[in-house]
Design a protein around this ligand. Structure first.
Ligand SMILES: Cc1cc2nc3c(=O)[nH]c(=O)nc-3n(C[C@H](O)[C@H](O)[C@H](O)COP(=O)(O)OP(=O)(O)OC[C@H]3O[C@@H](n4cnc5c(N)ncnc54)[C@H](O)[C@@H]3O)c2cc1C
Length: 392
């Protein structure tokens, strides 16, 4: 059998390089019982060309890994207060997107569709950048985004593509060569939660509100960047919980709801070879007290001249302080450390894989996220300590 076959789920990130490269278009992505998409080959159309196996970025020999002595690190804050408030960290991505579109380019990123599923889309109008703003803590459906990127690149259009490190590695492998008109942008990534669990969560609130959901934010900054909240709004009702107390965010932070491949991530540090890597610059006030931290600070890692050129072009719109890679290792564990599969995941899988009731799934998440009195006190103290260090 000379086509892709998923025997061990930890080897598949769902990047879609295989389905995009297939000349027969006989690979589709189907959701498994946990809610993640995996490739499925229609063998009646497969010509056994082997391209899907060869393109898989997980199975491929790693190319050159960036030399950390050549990368640049910055702490940045977008000067536009409204965009900063709407973004997860320091609002850098919106500036990169704006500049790309101003030059006639195309921007790819993750956005909600009309059913609140998260999908990769492309935009060419700066009025649509808001769709990308804010982290969506759920794995995005890539569809045929890679083929679409290739078409735009071959037309000579400038493309900015943003995604998780494994999506960037997949895109680079699919393209198979360097394009001067492509800039890739990823982020330091803990891991991606299951779309099935996210569907259960929002269905639960839709039922509770008895109203359609009109807004979802995983990173609302009403109480500050470091005390971000999960928010779901109906027409008249609102759910809002600070990250430490929201069961959905806790399931991601405790690594329980992640894709199996996230526990074996091969794209930590700068191994995705993205041109720009963004992240939250947690504890920035300890390292760079001169930067305003209340509404969010982005950690920006620049790898090579293409990323540097785009970054330089938006530099006047930001407050910038140059930083060092050592601080990234110290302040952002997910940069280098792969999420560990928690023991409680076995119990979680029993519920998620065998239940089609959103109430069962949410009930389990709530039970799992429940803090003991002692943990509540410790969490609150940690939170206040964290705020004292980050605020200025
Ligand atoms: C699943 C996930 C895990 C993350 N884990 C960490 C972490 O452990 N540590 C850390 O410091 N930062 C993490 N981040 C990144 C961080 O939350 C910010 O997205 C990043 O700092 C950029 O912020 P910004 O203010 O510049 O832009 P924003 O406006 O917040 O930019 C959002 C960008 O993220 C992309 N995006 C949003 N959701 C998704 C998605 N589901 N899949 C692919 N792309 C998406 C958008 O296309 C856009 O490019 C994570 C983000 C996501 C989506």
């Amino acid at each position: 059998m000379n086509h892709i076959y998923i025997e061990q789920k930890e080897f598949c990130t769902g990047c879609t390089a295989c389905s995009n490269v297939c000349p027969q278009q006989c690979i589709s992505f189907l959701e498994d019982e946990e809610g993640f998409l995996y490739p499925n080959v229609d063998e009646s159309f497969c010509v056994e060309c082997g391209k899907c196996k060869a393109v898989c970025p997980v199975k491929k020999e790693r190319g050159d890994i960036p030399d950390e002595n050549n990368i640049k690190v910055f702490a940045c804050v977008n000067k536009d207060k409204k965009v900063l408030k709407e973004s997860s960290s320091g609002g850098v991505f919106s500036l990169l997107a704006q500049k790309t579109i101003e030059k006639g380019g195309v921007v790819f990123g993750a956005a909600f569709n009309e059913c609140w599923d998260v999908c990769h889309i492309s935009i060419t109008d700066s009025d649509e950048i808001f769709k990308f703003r804010g982290s969506k803590y759920v794995q995005s459906n890539m569809g045929d985004a890679f083929s679409s990127v290739k078409n735009f690149l071959n037309q000579g259009r400038q493309v900015l593509f943003s995604g998780t490190p494994c999506q960037i590695a997949g895109l680079n492998s699919y393209l198979g060569r360097e394009y001067t008109n492509l800039v890739t942008c990823d982020f330091i990534c803990t891991g991606v939660p299951s779309p099935k669990v996210f569907r259960a969560y929002r269905t639960h609130y839709e039922r509770k509100f008895q109203e359609p959901i009109l807004k979802i934010s995983f990173r609302d900054k009403k109480y500050g960047w470091d005390a971000f909240s999960m928010v779901l709004c109906g027409t008249s009702k609102e759910y809002r919980k600070i990250r430490f107390f929201d069961p959905y965010i806790q399931a991601q932070y405790s690594h329980i709801s992640l894709r199996p491949a996230c526990y074996h991530c091969q794209f930590k540090k700068c191994n995705s070879n993205s041109d720009i890597k963004l992240a939250d610059y947690w504890y920035v006030s300890q390292v760079h007290p001169e930067i305003a931290a209340r509404d969010g600070v982005s950690l920006v890692i620049i790898n090579g001249p293409k990323g540097q050129k785009l970054f330089d072009s938006v530099a006047p719109e930001m407050q910038i302080v140059e930083s060092q890679i050592e601080h990234v290792y110290r302040t952002n564990a997910s940069f280098a450390i792969t999420a560990k599969e928690p023991v409680a995941r076995k119990e979680y899988l029993q519920v998620v894989c065998h239940s089609n009731s959103s109430e069962d799934i949410v009930r389990w998440l709530e039970k799992h996220a429940k803090l003991s009195f002692k943990d509540k006190i410790v969490t609150r103290l940690r939170f206040f300590k964290h705020q004292m260090f980050t605020r200025k």
